[in-house]
Design a protein around this ligand. Structure first.
Ligand code: FAD
Ligand code: DLZ
Ligand code: SF4
Length: 518
């Protein structure tokens, strides 16, 4: 009696629920490099290298640990190209009597898994992904009992559930739940931070890099700087490096941006977390331990833990709550195509150019670059949210729909009409100027609203407010921009509208084929 345990590319965790408790003697672990996953969007080359290399390392580790692993490489002669095809082949090859698998992180893959039992005529056990702290049924129950699904309330429950930064009397450490107000400092002068530890390609990664250049060389992104952790040991080293070097200032400069400083005080742990090299709870425990040792201030530890057990788990719950409708969400009915500069970085807007460069070179941008530069621009410009979501799914090495969709379609584009956030994250050039040094070296003048050299974010911001009056004026958190807009004279309003139109008309749309095969 052989049990087949497929382990997907983002399930590289030794203690995975599907492996736990299995008898190694009658279990075959199936790992599959398949064309469908590599091309359902044209992922950044670094994302494919990361997954394939981490999968190959993980398979070696499993074998060393006594597991039987059937590893189907991309170039295997009869590779069917899909999860379903490979599982079917493996069931026959190993005469499997049952399949055990952890639920997938993406709706389309979960749909495929759900079809296997009927298709293959054998029992398929689908287990909850307990690498997340909050089980999905608990999230659904929490959501069902509320009209507004406020992240902060969910976060407090998560603090109580885990005991992280909690005192014995049931109160939060330091007396407050949230120190966000201390986490909004402008960028530090100079560049005092050291870059995160790099993990240069070993023999396995080098082989994968050659494969990816050969098969997916036309995909977006560069591989020259590939240095991501591809094993648990490397991810643990990155975590230790973060806690010691950057976490102490993580909180204070969480929202800051500095030209050329690609990672600032951020952890760069998302890729390791999302493919399972680290678990959220162990990362939070390391952060809390540093705070208890006195090497890290409370605003940094709390800010980080809030991202991990608050935002990360909240967006995952929202994804499964809102799919498949979320996929098509378009509250503002936006139709403009994504501009070409999202792929080339060729724009005079210094903030956008630097954020796209970081994205291309590192398959990374930090949160405020994603939210308040590239996401904000797309929403203000009225870009079709489906094209925006495709772009984000392609370009970031940490992107899987469960985390990308709610962040893009919910948080950044407000395409869900406010299910996830209470108001759009819209900002003019003034916000970017306050939180970065971009404007100093920009061809545009951040202080100007109209004119040849006026910062495009300014007219676009007011045009967005004006254009969406009917949909946003009633939002109680939007009274201030509408009060300001109402005070503008009719001439000023007309100038702003004309300025925005001129700029939008000048945007070159992306050529088809960057994100998906055409
Ligand atoms: P840090 O700043 O060091 O934060 C620590 C950790 O907190 C991250 O590793 C991540 O696991 C978690 N985290 C922080 N914010 C969020 C959030 N909003 N949602 C979920 N987890 C969060 N994150 C992804 O992992 N994949 C994505 O595809 C993704 N797409 C995004 C798209 C947009 C438009 C926005 C605004 C945010 C997106 N995020 C995404 C969230 C966040 O920007 C990244 O997790 C973060 O930039 C990763 O870098 P880091 O590990 O250095 O993060
Ligand atoms: C992202 C990705 C890529 C590029 N390739 C593979 C692959 O060949 N095999 C695999 O198991 N996983 C891959 N992944 C990650 C999957 O897309 C991810 O596991 C699912 O989307 C989660 O539902
Ligand atoms: Fe960006 Fe405007 Fe500042 Fe230029 S002036 S960097 S476009 S916010």
């Amino acid at each position: 009696m052989t049990i087949l345990v497929p382990v997907l590319g983002d399930q590289l965790t030794h203690d995975l629920a599907s492996l736990r408790g299995c008898d190694k003697a009658d279990t075959v672990v199936l790992m599959m490099e398949v064309l469908e996953e590599a091309t359902y969007v044209r992922h950044h080359k670094a994302k494919i290298v990361l997954i394939f290399s981490a999968m190959r390392h993980f398979a070696d580790e499993l074998r060393a640990d006594g597991w039987t692993v059937d590893y189907v490489a991309l170039g295997a002669p009869d590779n069917s190209g899909s999860f379903s095809g490979e599982v079917e082949g493996a069931v026959a090859r190993h005469r499997a009597s049952a399949i055990r698998i952890v639920e997938a992180g993406e709706y389309r893959v979960q749909q495929a898994i759900a079809s296997w039992q009927d298709r293959l005529g054998l029992p398929v056990e689908i287990l909850g992904d307990d690498r997340f702290i909050c089980p999905l049924p608990d999230f659904f129950a929490w959501a069902a009992a509320r009209r507004e699904l406020v992240m902060e309330n969910f976060y407090r429950l998560q603090r109580k559930r885990t005991g992280l930064l909690m005192e014995a009397d049931g109160n939060p450490t330091g007396g407050q739940w949230n120190y966000d107000k201390e986490n909004r400092a402008a960028p530090p002068k100079g560049r005092p931070m050291r870059e995160p530890t790099r993990f240069p390609p070993d023999a396995i990664t080098s082989e994968v890099i050659a494969l990816v250049e050969d098969r997916f060389g036309h995909h977006f992104g560069t591989l020259d700087r590939f240095a991501l952790p591809v094993t648990r040991a490397e991810a643990q080293a990155l975590l230790a490096d973060f806690v010691e070097e950057r976490l102490p200032r993580f909180g204070t400069y969480q929202d800051a941006m500095l030209e050329g400083a690609d990672f600032l005080y951020h952890s760069r742990l998302s890729t390791s977390l999302n493919i399972g090299l680290l678990t959220a709870i162990e990362v939070c425990e390391a952060v809390e331990a540093a705070f208890r040792r006195g090497t890290v201030p409370l605003n940094a530890a709390e800010g980080f833990i809030r991202q991990m057990i608050g935002w990360r788990e909240y967006v995952r719950g929202m994804y499964w709550l809102e799919m498949p409708e979320l996929d098509r969400a378009n509250f503002f009915a936006n139709t403009r195509p994504l501009p070409e500069f999202y792929w080339t970085g060729e724009t005079k807007m210094a903030c956008c150019a630097d954020s796209v460069r970081n994205t291309r070179d590192n398959a990374y941008a930090h949160h405020i670059q994603r939210l308040m530069v590239l996401g904000n621009f797309a929403m203000l410009a009225g870009i079709d949210p489906a094209q925006v979501a495709d772009w984000y799914l392609v370009v970031y090495a940490d992107a899987y729909e469960w985390v990308e969709h709610p962040n893009v379609l919910g948080m950044s584009q407000f395409a869900d009409g406010g299910r996830l956030g209470t108001k759009p994250y819209a900002g003019s050039g003034a916000y970017i100027n306050r939180m970065s040094n971009y404007c100093k070296g920009c061809a545009y003048d951040v202080k100007k609203r109209v004119g040849e050299d006026a910062c495009p974010f300014n007219a676009l911001y007011w045009d967005f407010i004006d254009r969406n009056d009917r949909k946003l004026r009633g939002n109680r958190r939007m009274w201030q921009p509408y009060a300001t807009w109402d005070r503008f004279g009719e001439d000023t309003k007309a100038e702003v509208r004309a300025q925005a139109k001129r700029f939008l008309d000048s945007l070159e749309p992306a050529a088809p084929g960057w994100a998906r095969e055409v």
